[in-house]
Design a protein around this ligand. Structure first.
Ligand SMILES: Cc1ncc(COP(=O)(O)O)c(C=O)c1O
Length: 428
């Protein structure tokens, strides 16, 4: 089935009452059929629900649907995108090891990597840029994974996933890709060599600014068993589960089973079933929302490019954008509905514009039905100094827009009046 269909029907074969919408299983536990069945479930010999920190039927539909859309063998949902990012990394990275990452990252991910992981004895190595050779030279025997965002937030750059996957695999490490900005409808990293895909469901998938959620998808094909020294956690008996060896016993989803039995069980970053329901609702309309948002983004980008009160516009749909070729190759020419620009007059003019918008919401989210605006240097990336800002691709005057579903003329009217207020200039 095509993506638009999977986004509506995937993972749900109906249930006893014939409910059309996926029911919200608002329960903590499930009755265990017998001691024998319970034993098999607890030994991981048989799938089943027992306690909802680990698995829930509503979440299960969402996980199956996301796995299908991403061409993975399985998925696990989390309470937020950051929970998913953190758990995806910690499932492999332990004290004394390192992770290698491209520099253009979402602010909280950057902070986690640059500061948080160090507290746990894990080194994050940032490449100077996302060229595969820059990444390759940082990988050594202690590297557990290579990390990137398929589309950097907020820089909007695309990485060459196939090239990064190649250098990671040559060195015997998996490629972990945050695919939040692209969504599986625009890009499937697993088709280009990624081994693990993470998402914030909070953004485009949820799509209405009503839930926090995340998901990790396992491609199910990394040869963990070929690298027992590098990945002991997947190749040595698991003491908490009667000596299960993930790579041997779950060859198609070793990574994901450990995410559930260790990270989810011990840390408990469980997605609430109501939020799983909201994410499923969002998925059902994702395809049509993306079309409208992308059309609005193009119209806004063209408007800003032609306005003398705007210093620069970065929109991957323009031929002069550095990622333009990669947009053609990886997104089939479709451009995400997030773009950045600078107001003529620099940092102060950017702040004045931010204060002047009336229809655009000053909100930290992406992919909402509402059009949103942020000034990253003073908000999401405020903790970063000038050097760090430059490293993650953020200019001090950068304004990020996420285009929603409103009528485009109302959006252009608001941009016009806000630019006028910020620059004191005449309307375009
Ligand atoms: C690319 C990316 N990854 C991860 C996250 C974190 O998601 P959440 O806010 O759901 O924790 C975000 C949030 O903006 C993001 O943009």
């Amino acid at each position: 089935m095509r993506d638009e269909t999977v986004a509506i029907h995937g993972g749900y074969a109906g249930e006893a009452t014939g409910a059309g919408a996926v029911p919200i299983y608002q329960t903590v536990s499930h009755e265990l059929e017998s001691a024998e069945v319970a034993g098999r479930i607890f030994d991981l010999e048989q799938p089943g629900f027992h306690y909802n920190r680990l698995a829930n039927p509503t979440n299960d539909v969402l996980e199956r649907r996301m796995a299908a859309l991403e061409h993975g063998t399985g998925a696990l949902s989390y309470a937020s995108g950051m929970a998913a990012v953190y758990q995806a990394v910690r499932n492999l990275a332990t004290a004394g090891s390192n992770v290698v990452t491209v520099p253009n990252l979402y602010g909280a991910t950057y902070t986690l990597f640059a500061h948080g992981l160090a507290e746990e004895g894990i080194e994050a190595r940032f490449s100077t840029d996302d060229r595969p050779e820059a990444v390759a030279r940082l990988i050594d025997d202690d590297t557990r994974l290579v990390y990137c965002e398929s589309i950097g937030n907020p820089a909007g750059n695309l990485v060459d996933l196939a090239a990064l996957a190649e250098v990671a695999h040559e060195a015997g490490v998996p490629l972990v890709v945050d695919n939040t900005m692209a969504t599986p409808l625009l890009l499937k990293p697993i088709d280009h060599g990624a081994d693990v895909v993470v998402h914030s469901l909070t953004k485009f998938v949820g799509g209405h600014g009503t839930l926090l959620g995340g998901v990790v998808v396992d491609a199910g094909r990394f040869p963990w068993g070929d690298h027992p020294g590098r990945f002991p956690m997947l190749n040595e008996p698991e003491p908490a589960f009667h000596g299960v060896v993930y790579a041997r016993d779950f060859p198609e989803r070793a990574y994901l089973v450990r995410c559930r039995t260790v990270g989810m069980r011990n840390g408990g970053p469980t997605l609430a079933p109501f939020n799983a329901f909201l994410a499923l609702q969002g998925l059902e309309t994702l395809a049509v929302r993306l079309e409208r948002q992308m059309a609005n983004a193009r119209a806004v980008a063209e408007y800003l490019r032609d306005d003398p009160r705007v210093a620069w516009v970065s929109y991957a749909g323009f031929p002069d954008h550095p990622s333009h070729d990669l947009v053609a190759r990886y997104l089939g020419g479709r451009c995400p509905s997030v773009l950045t620009f600078g107001v003529a007059g620099g940092y102060e003019a950017g702040l004045a514009f931010f204060d002047a918008v009336q229809l655009f919401k000053r909100m930290l989210n992406l992919g909402d039905t509402r059009s949103l605006v942020v000034h990253p240097a003073s908000t999401t990336h405020r903790q970063l100094g000038p050097a760090d800002l430059e490293a993650v691709g953020i200019r001090p005057d950068m304004i990020r827009l996420s285009l929603g579903l409103e009528h485009v003329d109302d959006l252009l009217d608001d941009l016009d009046q806000a630019l006028g207020t910020a620059t004191g200039g005449p309307p375009a």
